[in-house]
Design a protein around this ligand. Structure first.
Ligand code: C2E
Ligand code: MG
Ligand code: MG
Ligand code: MG
Length: 284
């Protein structure tokens, strides 16, 4: 009896594994085609200056416009892209698109903003990222000081020495570095000293339920105070209500990003915000 069960479960396990492998190959081929067929597009989410209520930056966030399935979120395909190396062409596409878009907006003489682009570990450690960024800045003519690159703590700890040297190269180029999802990774505070980071993005998980949750409030205010002492700026991610803005302002947080202001939107919609010189009333 026991033997029979073992046999059955072994077969099930095997069957599931095959399914997973097939599904992965299917998805990988789909994603490869999507990149070739230009089904990928970039959405933009505004990052707001808490003091003035003006748009300070846009974060570029990739979307997959699938011809049948509609918009697919990056959470569904970035991990696969990472695993298969497709993240390298995908990442270059987003970087190029975002830099070109910002340069177009600058040429239209809208209220000036900066652009922020997410990087993945593969891009950071397994490609000639500096050369790619150099070329894109050249081709688009974008001022390097207007470009920010978002890295996560997990990228940074994969290879500390290489991270330090790549970040220093970007510092020399005057490209800004943002530490994304701060507080959720495994890194130690000493990395804030070693790495040339300009801006800390406080992870959404700390902002959710804050300011009512006293422990989270304490952490948020301590992160901001620490960043200020290190002469780094701070962005609060995932801001969905005004009570948070009031608190963040008291703690001296610089910028805020979240559904309270806008979800990530297509370039044309973002352009309307700039065109109308949108300014949020910081009714804190
Ligand atoms: P992220 O870099 O931390 O980006 C912020 C995510 O939080 C975005 O999700 C955004 O839509 C979401 N968000 C912003 N404000 C709020 C809010 O108020 N409430 C809630 N619930 N969510 C909010 P999205 O666009 O789905 O992207 C998810 C993640 O996928 C990003 O997290 C980033 O890690 C990754 N990603 C997106 N685009 C790219 C890309 O071009 N390259 C790489 N390597 N990763 C990307
Ligand atoms: Mg980000
Ligand atoms: Mg983030
Ligand atoms: Mg995040």
């Amino acid at each position: 009896k026991a033997k029979e069960d073992a046999g059955t479960s072994f077969q099930l396990y095997n069957h599931n594994m095959n399914l997973q492998v097939n599904e992965k190959i299917f998805m990988e081929n789909n994603l490869r085609r999507a990149i070739e067929n230009q089904e990928l597009t970039v959405y933009y989410q505004p990052i707001i200056d808490i003091k003035t209520g003006k748009i300070k930056k846009a974060e570029a966030l990739v979307r997959w416009e699938h011809p049948e399935d509609g918009i697919i979120s990056p959470a569904k395909f970035i991990p696969l892209a990472e695993e298969t190396g497709l993240i390298i062409p995908l990442g270059s596409f987003v970087l190029k698109e975002a830099c070109q878009q910002l340069q177009d907006w600058i040429n239209m003489e809208y209220h000036p903003i900066e652009i922020s682009v997410n990087l993945s570990a593969q891009q950071f450690h397994k490609s000639n990222l500096k050369e790619t960024v150099d070329n894109i800045l050249d081709e688009t003519g974008l001022n390097p000081e207007l470009l920010g690159l978002e890295i996560t703590e997990s990228i940074a700890i994969q290879n500390v020495e290489s991270t330090i040297s790549v970040l220093n190269e970007f510092k020399n180029m005057k490209v800004k570095i943002l530490l994304d999802d701060f507080g959720t990774g495994y890194s130690s505070l000493s990395y804030l000293v070693k790495f040339a980071v300009d801006i800390i993005k406080i992870d959404r998980s700390f902002i959710t339920n804050f300011p009512h949750h006293s422990k989270r409030s304490a952490i948020v205010s301590a992160i901001i105070a620490m960043a200020n002492k290190l002469t780094m700026k701070t962005v609060a991610e995932g801001v969905e209500s005004w009570d948070k803005i009031k608190c963040l302002n008291e703690y001296k947080c610089d910028e805020a990003q979240g559904y309270l202001f806008s979800k990530p939107i297509p370039a044309k919609e973002f352009e309307n915000l700039l065109k109308n010189n949108i300014e949020f009333k910081m009714q804190a």
